[in-house]
Design a protein around this ligand. Structure first.
Ligand SMILES: Nc1ncnc2c1ncn2[C@@H]1O[C@H](COP(=O)(O)OP(=O)(O)O)[C@@H](O)[C@H]1O
Ligand SMILES: Nc1ccn([C@@H]2O[C@H](COP(=O)(O)OP(=O)(O)O)[C@@H](O)[C@H]2O)c(=O)n1
Ligand SMILES: [Mg+2]
Length: 244
């Protein structure tokens, strides 16, 4: 369980995430979609530190088939993160008799983005129940609505944003040969997902690039070659992993 922040511990936690949280909480500009998502989440507490350590959050972004999930497995093995795939969480929710099941199914089939209130809730539940404090959040945020809802509800920002930059023809080739039986791995849905990626996800990458948080990875090459680009990003953060 995340430890609650007490007023006595707060002064020592002013740096990094906690300072950002205060800043975010004081910010007054939120779009309408996010505001309504947030109001429905009033019962979810902002992320707290665990065992005296702040959560270390990495967003893993890139188009469909760019290799996000594949690289996350390697990051987990080497750096000990907890991997949370937004797509996997939504697919699990979809088959779990959830009230959102048919909405998620239709949205994924169409390559559109599930409303943030559903996805953020699933992600925060997993973060809260994990023993780990280092998170790879894969395939999220996929839109500005996702981003704003997460930051507002959790009170946190990512420490690192990885962007796997891959040409469209390579992404299409990989998705069509993925063979995981996914309802969205077909050419019609892929075309829609690529359009949605460009229209909704690139603005999120731009937003974090302006904040100096994006590490662009050339996603063409072997899995190991790509991981060689990823490794130094986290090696440079090792001190920050255990900050309090
Ligand atoms: N560097 C790579 N070169 C060729 N194929 C890859 C590479 N990385 C991943 N793949 C394959 O491409 C497909 C999509 O990869 P995945 O990690 O699922 O991407 P994403 O999560 O970004 O959609 C999978 O079948 C995976 O095995
Ligand atoms: N933040 C997210 C992540 C995924 N999704 C949905 O889930 C689908 C599959 O996401 P995914 O991350 O598993 O897909 P890949 O990029 O790994 O191929 C997306 O195309 C969306 O329809 C979403 O709505 N919101
Ligand atoms: Mg994936």
């Amino acid at each position: 369980m995340w430890r609650k922040v007490t007023s006595t511990s707060f002064s020592s936690l002013k740096s990094s995430l906690f300072f950002t949280r205060l800043h975010l909480q004081q910010a007054s500009k939120h779009n309408a979609a996010s505001a309504s998502a947030v109001s429905r989440f009033a019962t979810i507490a902002p992320l707290q530190e665990k065992d005296g350590r702040c959560p270390f959050i990495t967003f893993v972004l890139g188009g469909p088939g760019s290799g996000k999930g594949t690289q996350c497995i390697k990051i987990v093995e080497t750096f000990g993160f907890k991997h949370l795939s937004a797509g996997d969480l939504l697919r699990r929710e979809m088959v779990s008799n959830s009230e959102y099941g048919s909405m998620i199914l239709n949205t994924i089939k169409e390559g559109r983005i599930v409303p943030s209130e559903v996805t953020v809730k699933l992600i925060l539940k997993e973060m809260e129940s994990s023993d780990n404090h280092k998170f790879l959040i894969d395939g999220f945020p996929r839109s500005e609505e996702n981003r704003i809802a997460f930051e507002k509800i959790s009170g946190a920002e990512p420490d690192v944003v990885l962007f796997f930059d891959c040409p469209e023809d390579e992404m299409v080739k990989r998705v069509l040969s993925r063979n995981q039986g996914r309802i969205d791995d077909n050419i019609d849905t892929i075309k829609k997902r690529l359009k949605v990626f460009e229209a909704l996800n690139l603005p999120v990458i731009d937003y974090y690039a302006k904040k100096g948080k994006v590490h662009r990875i050339n996603a063409v090459g072997t899995v190991d070659e790509i991981f060689e680009q990823v490794k130094p990003v986290f090696k440079a953060c090792e001190k920050a992993f255990n900050r309090s």
